[in-house]
Design a protein around this ligand. Sequence first.
Ligand code: ADP
Ligand code: ZN
Ligand code: ZN
Length: 738
Amino acid sequence: MTANTGVARVILRLAVPVPLRRLFDYLPPEGLTADDLRPGQRFWVSFGNRNLVAVLVDVVAESPLAELKPALERIDRQPIFDDRSRGFLQWAADYYQAPLGELYAAALPVALRKGKPADHWAEPWLELTTEGKGLPESALARAKKQQSLLQLLLGSGRQSRTALNARGLNSTVCKALVERGLARWVSGPTAPPPMELVEPRPAPALNDEQREVIEAVSAEGFSASLLEGTTGSGKTEVYLRLMERALRAGRQALLLVPEIGLTPQTLRRIAARFPDFRIAALHSGLADGERARAWLSAASGVADIVIGTRSAIFTPLPRLGVILIDEEHDGSFKQQDGVRYSARDLSVVLAKNAGVPVLLGSATPSLESLHNALSGRYQHLRLRHRAGNARPPEISLVPILHQQLQEGFAPQVLRHIDQTLKRGEQALVFINRRGYSPALTCDDCGWLADCPHCSAKLTLHRRQRHLRCHHCDFRMREVHSCPQCHSRNLNALGAGTERSEDFLTHTFGNFPVIRVDRDTTASKQALDRLLEPARNGEPCLLLGTQMLAKGHHLPKVTLVVIQDADGGLFSADFRAPERMGQLLEQVAGRAGRGELPGHVLVQSRYPEHPLLQLLLNKGYGAFARQLMEERKIAQLPPIRAMALVRAECEEPRWAEEFLANARDYLQALAPPSPELQYLGPVPALLERKSGRFRFYIQITADRRGLLQKLLAQFSQWAESSKNRRLRWAVDMDAQELS
Ligand code: ADP
Ligand code: ZN
Ligand code: ZN
């Protein structure tokens, strides 16, 4: 522990979870030598006055520092990150200008991030002895249960106790085999938590389009493909077949889904197709222990299928064979705080590193992926027809300007809903706002309920009797008189899902009205239960936010109503029309997914708007290609690369000042030119959030490499300048200007 003596030393270079873009050197903990150290192991270290869990990146002989502390304790004997995943995390840290320690933290489930040892989840596994392996499948014919256990082990190698129990092979059967000297228990890595048992469901025969798509995806080696296929065209079936191909080759399949796409329904569908494979689901709905267990089963190579949301991309997968991204356009693949990575974009990097195919699927591809497909960087695959018997829905615009509306609904829309329900079918009403009303105001003095911490209005939630900010979650009791003039003439302006629920329940009282939004579906199971009557095919009226747009296959829905299509037409965010188009197409895609034809009614104040016309008459494909032309003219992403440098703090002046200096620094490195442009500092669309003012500089470049080099230098500069009062971040490939 003394200063450098010239003798070869052993120094740990660790990624520590702190917001600093560098690694930290420590000496090995007492009693450990070079032989005990392998990159990918976790260590407890003391950092400042805290103890943190760090990951070993490298073992070196020299350190620029003379005085080094020893790390406190080694947590893992076996590394929990393999070489490939460490290389991948390093790549992501460099690309997103993020501290490597924070990336490791993002990769780990909470329990492992907090230092829980991996062998906490180790399990007993049953494996055959040499004698057992020598038996034919037909042996033990007189003890049926023992025979099926033998056959299972002969076919699949060892099995964890949980998996055996889930198959109804209890400890008595196992014990019998062990006592005959045919099998033995060993301790092994954790297996994924058992799935609820589902009836195995065989695959449908593929149609020609699906077969062509599957044949186009390489079985071996890297390839990137965009699968552009209308809703209901059988994309999921394609994912399942590509998964199967990898599984049969002894490889792991990774399926990434949007945050609200990982429903029990999706899991059931996959479990029903692959009853013999081990499935690990990674999502935020899991308890810490379950999640750590699922993660470790993937990282140790035990799980065959890994389904997860965004952060699952960082799970080490030693046998990775294929990556599938469902609804690749979905905004939840991009993390919007901390390390601002895009799991979708990273999936292509990971596939390349691992030498495996990646398929990005969507009915409404992002302009980014479409651009990559149209320029030949990705293979462009299409599914143009709905699978099975379903036909595309008929879409009509309903003008609502100068119309007598009832709580936001045109009379003809209400008539359609009525007829649909009376025919015994289901209707779905899409409203892009939860709560009762998005604004509460005083009719006498003009007072408006604002969030005290954000530049935003409070939403009235009448069920919970409070006003709530949807940006910072500030809450206050519902008021019945004006805080400013004490008048009782308060007016709730506009309608959210609660208010529409009241109205629709009142109007169509004979039928169940099911409201689906974040307030009614605290858990994934809640959503599943809520949709039960709809799945059973009873006539009912579904009403909800974009949660309803995704993934649910409800064959009895024949009418879809989009209450307000205008949101995306006039926004300051250049991506707003793209998002509006995606949402409309996805919601419309819920109509007529079964035998019955579907009808979509779209209410709009601007039915003549050319973008809306294009979308409804020609579909999302033509609409997106038109938007691409506009991006070309405006030189915006995906034509050019874009990054934001963001800053936020309590005093707007400081953030603006910091960014003005940042811009000077950047421009001194690389002056503005046709290839490189700067904008700002400008306030973010949501200028104040949680009491902090937010600004950014926008940088666009025609080469991503140029932007990369510039931002790497900038990050070093920004980190060395003392800015304790403000937070700054680089947002590479920024998706939101808010
Ligand atoms: P998507 O993921 O594109 O929305 P799905 O894969 O969910 O589409 O397919 C929509 C419906 O069509 C599902 O009920 C599915 O079982 C069915 N389906 C898919 N492929 C076929 C096929 N080749 N033959 C018959 N039915 C199919
Ligand atoms: Zn008032
Ligand atoms: Zn707020």
